[in-house]
Ligand binder design. Structure first.
Ligand code: SAH
Length: 395
């Protein structure tokens, strides 16, 4: 195995189990690793530190183990077994009530660069590193062998792998085939998941708990689900006995998915309407009190995907939330989220605070939300915390 030696003192973060080696920490590479190769990381005195996948870029190595063990078929199997055992133990696997969960959440499951979401009989796998791309067949096998409900593994990495890597990934089934069973169950509700054409792996599993909380508050309320995508929050609001639910998304495809999911659970329910429109345009057009809502959900796409976009992202969150505060009925509730990894909890809260102050409404925080247990945060890798939300009472 090719060895990467670190500069003096640069081993400290690895000794604290942080799973990345930055290129600036490297003293010497003994050999010529290709992107995706397994490499051994050693300190300046040649002590073993970790084994990981080599990458070209500012993160040079993503650690797969801090132990000197063979990286065999069994090594990968064990990781999948551990990830599944945790989901099982958390009660997230239930044929009738919940067959939708994240099986692997990258660094948080000690599998950096790998995401796997399970939807009924199908696991959708997404590689973010060449190393995981090259391990895809072994991982797919380990998934079907260890997760009883999974029969098919769909690989979807054409857009997630580094674009300059010397590989040509193709999306498609690694195991099994397209199934007629395209719907998955989350908390007893049914959702059609389109992993072929949908965003990311096809469905946002990470809002499961937050959707449940919304269900508790929906009774008798008029609900606006802004940025609805597949209509997750809308279906929960309907089950929570909302008076009416309006779903808005600027993508026509998202509106089709929302309508389909509402139809699957609440056929011909006249309480629901969907609108293919831009969020700001929609909110600006609520002129009289009858048009306004008791409960608004704001779950936009990540406004900042990189650190350089942070300032503009914070402005965006402020503008969006200010609009919701301006438009919500007195005694209304806002569920507001940010899924941008580079925006911290504090920064997001400050953006929402500025929006509240600008609207001059009296705003109270009822809940502070985060990502669910199948998207755990590795305590040694705080960067893994990305979803934050606030539930607000607007007087
Ligand atoms: N709340 C969803 C996930 C939202 S993903 C869930 O629980 O699954 C973000 C969505 O915002 C996408 O569907 C995207 O089409 C939509 N979107 C992006 N920009 C928008 C805009 N300006 N106005 C309305 N919708 C927008």
């Amino acid at each position: 195995m090719i060895t990467i030696q670190l500069k003096p003192k640069k081993e400290e973060s690895l000794l604290r189990f942080h799973p990345w080696v930055f290129s600036g920490a490297i003293q010497k590479i003994e050999g010529q690793p290709a992107e995706g190769d397994l490499v051994e990381v050693i300190d300046n005195k040649r002590n073993f530190l970790a084994i990981g996948h080599y990458q070209i870029g500012s993160i040079a190595v993503r650690v797969v183990t801090f132990e000197k063990v063979p990286i065999s078929l069994d090594f990968w199997k064990k990781k999948i077994q551990l990830a599944y055992a945790m989901r099982l133990s958390l009660g997230l696997v239930d044929e009738k009530l919940n067959n939708t969960f994240r099986l692997v959440h990258g660094e948080c499951d000690s599998l950096p660069g790998l995401i796997v979401d399970v939807y009924a009989e199908t696991a959708v796998m997404q590689a973010h590193s060449v190393g995981m791309h090259e391990t895809r067949e072994i991982l797919a096998k380990a998934i079907v062998e260890n997760v009883p409900q999974v029969k098919n593994v769909f690989y979807k990495s054409e857009t997630t792998l580094p674009f300059n890597a010397p590989i040509t990934p193709e999306d498609g089934y690694l195991i099994g085939k397209e199934t007629t069973k395209l719907s998955a169950i989350e908390n007893g509700l049914e959702f059609h998941v389109d992993w072929l054409r949908g965003q990311k792996t096809g469905f946002f599993v990470d809002q499961r708990e937050n959707r449940s909380l919304l269900e508790r508050y929906a009774k008798g309320k008029s609900v606006l689900n802004m940025f609805c995508y597949t209509g997750g929050f809308s279906v929960y609001a309907l089950r929570g006995e909302a008076k009416l639910v309006h779903s808005v998304d600027s993508s026509a495809k998202a509106i089709q998915l929302t309508d389909k999911n509402v139809e699957l659970n609440y056929p011909n329910d006249i309480r629901h309407k969907s609108y293919d429109e831009d969020a700001f345009k929609y909110l600006n057009n609520l002129h009289n009190i009858e048009q306004k809502y008791d409960l608004i959900i704001l779950d936009p796409p990540a406004f900042a995907k990189h650190r350089d976009a942070l300032r503009n992202a914070l402005k965006g969150y402020k503008r969006l939330n200010a609009k919701a505060f301006e438009q919500i009925k007195p005694g209304g509730i806002v569920f507001t989220f940010s899924c941008s990894q580079v925006v911290s909890k504090e920064q997001f809260r400050l953006a929402v605070f500025s929006a509240a102050a600008e609207s001059k409404r009296n705003v109270r925080i009822l809940h502070q939300l985060s990502q669910p247990a199948d998207h755990p945060i590795n305590i040694y890798h705080p960067e893994g915390e990305y979803l934050k939300g606030l539930v607000l009472w607007v007087e």
